[in-house]
Design a protein around this ligand. Sequence first.
Ligand code: 4NP
Length: 142
Amino acid sequence: MKRICFVCLGNICRSPMAEFVMKKLDTKHQLEVESRATSNWEHGNPIHKGTRAIFDKYAIPYDSKKRSQMITTKDLEDFDVIIGMDEQNVRDLLDLSAGHFDDKIALFREGGVPDPWYTGDFEETYTLVKTGCLDWLNKLGS
Ligand code: 4NP
């Protein structure tokens, strides 16, 4: 069982979207999936209503108790693959890794996923997240 972690700035928009989209796509239950933030800005806060609206619209089950949580070095140790949703997230993850876990850290997709916190376009986020998760599932699944 591979343990994977999606990571974005706030852990309320993009990375929880990727977490629960991936859990739905992973019908063979090949992955353990979680998500984290690179910042503590939203610590303890629930998933953004824009992301929850996408879950409802596309019938994606999610944990309504999920709260924003900042990534730690212990997480870098524990997860097999740590996936930053954009280039800045990857740079921040590499800073935290300080050379110890660099080979586990990857970018979600070329060009990253624009932050809907700023764009307001959660549909665009969903399109990119769904395609990206399918690619990752093909890469990581058996
Ligand atoms: P996320 O979006 O990184 O996709 O969860 C953001 C959420 C909150 C903030 C920025 C981005 N913020 O500035 O609080």
